[in-house]
Design a protein around this ligand. Sequence first.
Ligand code: NAD
Ligand code: G6P
Ligand code: MN
Length: 443
Amino acid sequence: MNKKFSVLIAGGGSTFTPGIVLMLLEQLERFPLRKIKFYDNDGERQEPIGEACKVLIKEKAPEIEFLYTTDPEEAFTDIDFVMAHIRVGKYKMRELDEKIPLKHGVVGQETCGPGGIAYGMRSIGGVLELIDYMEKYSPNAWLLNYSNPAAIVAEATRILRPNSKILNICDMPIGTETRMAKILGLKSRKDMIVKYYGLNHFGWWTDVRDKEGNDLMPRLKAYVGEHGYLPPEVVDHQHMDPSWIETHKKAKDILATDPTTLPNTYLKYYLFQDYVVEHSDPNYTRANEVMDGREKHVFTECRRIAEKGSSEGTTLTTDNHSIFIVDLATAIAFNTKERMLLIVENNGAIKNFDPTAMVEIPCLVGSNGPEPLLVGEIPQFQKGLMEQQVSVEKLVVQAWIEKSYHKLWQALMLSKTVPSATVAKAILDDLLEANKEYWPELK
Ligand code: NAD
Ligand code: G6P
Ligand code: MN
């Protein structure tokens, strides 16, 4: 087969776009391309990234057609895969998502707790719009979606676009598995076969084995119980800022809460919420760290490449984030049946859990999409936590659809990060004021 594919990156102005382009260029033998396009609704932000990627593509694969645009028709026409990573409200709103809850003594985080709820209320409309453009201009295409909060976006698309070819994904388990491989002295995370279940940013590994079937969990638990997911040497560039290093270390304490599994690092926001608040600076949150770090680096470097017309000596890199989405597209394009963690409808995979919940579990991926694998019964501790959290996610989506203030308040009340209905209401009212431009008007 010598089919060549056409890929659209939606959210072309994202800090993750150059990494994905570099990876696409690296993987051309596995995943051949004829066209790469970018789409963003902020042309000014997208331009420097577009100009730099024009240089990268010209250098490595001049035969690939490239353009970047803010016009949906131009963007979404003749596309096989949309790789989406939009951030509705951009870092300006992420900063508020983090700082407003902290003002009330509650976790301030991009995808967890009240910040994630606020971001969900902004993101749903943006992602639905991408699906609708795709279905109008390229009805056979797949949308591979990183746009957060993936759990809420996945639930919204399950209900509102049930027949759409959208797959919601997360790079966190992949990043952590790369750390596990390093801890074990393996070359690649792909040398491990894992069992994992949960919600997005809310899950556990129950089994990690090598290709021969040897159980690697005991060695991993012994290491993580002492150092968290901080391997002896540097692993990737993606999660290396001081706040991330702290998060990898904290996995040590999360492991203690259930020594039979290995945890996703995001559980710290639900199980150690008091610690997180105490260790947050309400005047300088992760959004500030990203704006001063990754955003500055990517945009400065892109402007430099565009000006010089050459990428020589560039510090832009590929990473776990970019390989995961390119692997996923390849699995669909060539029906490889690769085993990957995706966010899919439970539908009985976790036997004693809501069949309509969007869960993150291993799936075999082929040209018809994902085939979720059976998880079986989960223990009471995880089930209880997940039931509470999935209810938060479902209530946010219901609140968005019904424009219901009350349901959104209930979502906040139910979040394990929020101590009372009073605090939930105070945070909600501040978030509402800050998000007027983005949320549906609530009744
Ligand atoms: P960013 O702000 O640098 O990029 C987002 C881009 O989206 C911006 O250029 C913005 O103009 C554009 N945008 C916003 N709303 C849009 C809309 N309605 N239509 C088209 N474009 C729109 O953000 P980033 O830090 O690079 O992250 C991008 C997204 O990827 C975020 O949602 C982030 O949470 C997500 N992400 C997810 C994972 C995951 O595991 N699922 C991993 C990394 C990043
Ligand atoms: C991980 C998660 C993403 C999240 C990102 C935040 O990769 O899987 O869902 O968006 O971290 O990273 P940042 O560097 O923007 O804080
Ligand atoms: Mn994620």
